[in-house]
Design a protein around this ligand. Structure first.
Ligand SMILES: Nc1nc2c(ncn2[C@@H]2O[C@H](COP(=O)(O)OP(=O)(O)OP(=O)(O)O)[C@@H](O)[C@H]2O)c(=O)[nH]1
Ligand SMILES: [Mg+2]
Length: 361
């Protein structure tokens, strides 16, 4: 199924049921008064954050959603049944925009959040409300009001703790695979990753478990902000991470240039991305002659060259590793858990999940 992170849907709440026109009938009471009941209220439409979803592809096959109408009132002042509410599930991180005025209706920024997007119509009043001294037999009842109808733009921006950024082939997906149980596509050609991949990193220490949600996104090339390669629109999926991990291929002849390209493209998308905490990973160390002196030389050279465009470069943790052999990967794991306070987003998700399970028991 193709990955969809933006789509427009139409939601329509239920119409209110109409009020009833009826007169009380009973033996020996020939002229009973009006007793037509009220119509039921139309169902509301809600949009709900479901933590087990991570794309909007299911909306490709259906974009129209309608809640149930209220039922008409009946004789004997019986109220019609209210229409059932309709609940539409979307991934956590979905932003709802009203297409009428382009205003944000709300953001489903945590699991199980529910936002009312279209209110059901009121049921009509039955004829017994309209009896007056002048008119004891009103032949009139209200009809139900229509439900709200809205065109809503769903804009998904995934929420994760950590986002991987790098040139194509740097080894982002390989790193995700080494750190988590996810199995993204990995290949030695650029743009293997076409959509974001998520995975959970788990650390067990002294019976304590910690978790982080990691996001791997497509590769970025110079000019991506001008539409080159896959562009940069997918950077929205790392807008909300706490830490950006820049993945660089240590075999590149121009490590600082690669890093500069990434920073420049991120800046084109949003300056906020550059304000986030970050870690730099030199990947593929299994392919070079691994020697402390060489690594020191590479590191110093890199720092010196980056100072011209990033003054605080020396404060950013740099980690040498191989996503393939996993050498050095534990240093990245340690650094990530050190930098991300409890609870991480993945830990919040886990807590919610456990609470749900307990409620079910
Ligand atoms: N030797 C070696 N090869 C690696 C390492 N990490 C990744 N590779 C290889 O590099 C190539 C690209 O890896 P991917 O993980 O697909 O790279 P990516 O950054 O996700 O690439 P895109 O999705 O195209 O942006 C694959 O052939 C991997 O097997 C590593 O640590 N050592
Ligand atoms: Mg990839």
């Amino acid at each position: 199924m193709s990955f969809v992170d933006e789509i427009e849907i139409i939601v329509e709440a239920g119409k209110g049921g109409s009020g009833c026109v009826s007169f009380h009938r009973e033996k020996f009471i020939p002229k009973g008064g009006p007793d037509g009941g009220d119509g039921g209220k139309g169902g509301d439409v809600y949009i709900y954050a479901n933590a087990s979803l991570n794309h909007l592809s299911k909306f490709l096959s259906n974009q129209y959603f309608k809640a149930e109408d209220g039922k008409p009132g009946k004789a004997n002042k019986q109220k019609g049944k209210d229409g059932k509410d309709l609940i539409i599930s979307v991934p956590v991180g979905t932003i709802l925009v009203d297409k009428e005025n382009n205003q944000v209706i709300g953001e489903l920024d945590y699991p199980e959040k529910k936002i009312l997007v279209a209110k059901g119509g009121k049921g009509g009043l039955g004829n017994y409300h309209f009896a007056t001294s002048a008119n004891q037999t009103p032949m009139y009842a209200q009809s139900g009001l229509p439900g709200e109808k809205k065109r809503i733009f769903l804009n998904l921006k995934l929420i994760a703790d950590v986002g991987f950024v790098g040139l194509p082939n740097a080894g982002k997906s390989s790193l995700l695979k080494s750190l988590t149980n996810s199995s993204p596509k990995i290949a030695d050609y650029p743009f293997t990753t076409l959509n974001p991949n998520l995975g959970i990193l788990i650390q067990e220490e002294n019976q304590n478990q910690r978790r982080l949600l990691l996001a791997d996104i497509p590769g970025i090339i110079e000019g991506a902000s001008k539409g080159m390669g896959l562009g940069i629109s997918f950077l929205k999926h790392i807008e909300r991470v706490q830490i950006i991990v820049y993945v660089l291929d240590i075999n590149s002849m121009s490590l600082n240039e690669d890093y500069k390209i990434l920073q420049a493209e991120l800046m084109q998308y949003s300056k906020e991305l550059l304000k986030k905490e970050s870690i730099i990973v030199f990947n593929k160390i299994d392919l070079i002659h691994y020697d402390t002196e060489i690594l020191n030389f590479l590191y110093k050279n890199f720092i010196e060259n980056c100072k011209s465009f990033q003054s605080n470069i020396e404060t950013i943790p740099v980690i040498f590793l191989s996503a393939k052999t996993k050498k050095g990967i534990e240093n990245l794991v340690k650094q990530l858990f050190l930098m991300i306070p409890i609870p991480s987003y993945a830990e919040i998700l886990m807590k919610k999940y456990n609470e749900q399970e307990n409620n079910r028991k």
